[in-house]
Design a protein around this ligand. Sequence first.
Ligand code: HEM
Length: 493
Amino acid sequence: MASFSTLLVLSSVFLLTVLFIILFFLLHRRNPSLHLPPGTTGLPLLGETLRMITAYRSGRPEPFVDDRLRLYGCRLFTTHLFGELTVFSADPDFNRLVLAGEGRTFESSYPSCISTLLGRRSLLLMKGALHKRMHSLTLTRFASPQAIRSSLLPGIDQLIRLNLRSWGGSVRLLDQAKKVAFEMMVEQTMSEGPGEWTEYLRRHYNALIDGFFSVPLFAFLRFTTYGRAIKARKKVAEALMELVKRRKEEKMRETEDEAESRKKDMVDELLEADEGFSEEEMVDFLLALLVAGHETTPIMMTLAVKFLTDNPSALALVKEEQKEIRGRKKDELEALEWSDYKAMPFTQCVVNETLRVANIISGVFRRSVADVHYKGYIIPKGCKVFASFRAVHLDENYFDDARTFNPWRWLDQNNMRKDGSQQAGGAPTFTPFGGGQRLCPGYELGRVEVSVFLHYLVTCFSWEVAEKDKLVFFPTTRMLKGYPIHVQCHRSL
Ligand code: HEM
């Protein structure tokens, strides 16, 4: 009996080993029949995911890409990430094809655990004609200078000052920046000011966001991060649903004069849209806007301060520029205006350089919806693609001394386009806000918010780093400890 079980164990081990070897060779094949770009698929099932995560958590992710570009002599390589064969692109021409081909050759692709949290009808997941319509509505609302100047900037100025007024002693910059950014998004989309309701929404929203960066196992168990996130999503959606219903009723009772004299927001746009969106669609849409605006701008605020702190000569120039703007104001407490924002050339260089070096969104995942032929390779239909903006932004071929923070490089902005992207030859090489049909609708708003924040920070405060911190790039770009600083206020705001 004992010898039979030994035989059984041995033959199972043998079978498993053979299976492992076959799988290993299958996954490591260069797949010549498909003509995919060169590469390796790493370990069975895990692929190169762990290697990639280790690199991006180390604060020095570049070798992961550099080594492969050198090894394969090509700006595209095949790898295996998060359970899927993935074509990784460090090629600006290919990235342009990916961004411009939205809906025809590529489409955005998020894992189902993310779509569950976002909601099926969020802008980030929408496709086709409805996406086009909603995207342009969002662009008009958030990216037009007219909308920013007249309706968004006064609120941004007020909320930033209100928050900074309570600053003193030790501050975890990222947490504080997130609080301001959340209040700004809620104000801009739903005209709700800071207070009990916004804080309630923020508390549940934070639990929801934790779910984005957790392993979605055992979602039905409430004590797992993902399980809590699902529960929090329900709370956020309920609160937004109540708001939508209330606003709908108010709108029905409103006279024409009242409607005309009132400042419009994103909820108005949705309620007035010809499509007649359902309440659920509006809730998903508003939630996605909160996520898109809140998970980006505060990181940029924190990193801009970090880079300025590390570069005293750049900080001195920003201070000089901002003090000059403040000096031109009649009243010390006068709000910033669009013309002030337009008179901050060096601060804009700092914003660009922060976006380039730190890459808040390091790239975008897509899935090919047709076979794509590119430079002799075929990316087959259904293949996952990662268009890395970071790899291009930090490439010496496009930016001199590419891995050094140097805001002065942006002083000559002749080749900058309206959306902030930069053209070199045929393809954009600076695409912090993506491009094509999914171009970030907050590309100008994000810049305005960071610029106003820097204005009040440098004109009213001095600060020093309170704790050593580290910049990491996984699961998102951020300072690991949230960049703790000691601040001292010198001027009332
Ligand atoms: C510095 C700040 C920001 C950065 C770096 C950034 C970056 C990006 C990028 C790269 C995309 C493209 C994603 C893709 O192609 O899949 C995107 C999309 C988006 N962003 Fe931003 N963003 C920022 C701020 C904002 C703000 C303030 C808003 C608020 C209005 C916003 C709203 C959105 C939305 C709604 C989308 C989805 C567009 C679509 O899929 O049609 N973003 N953002």
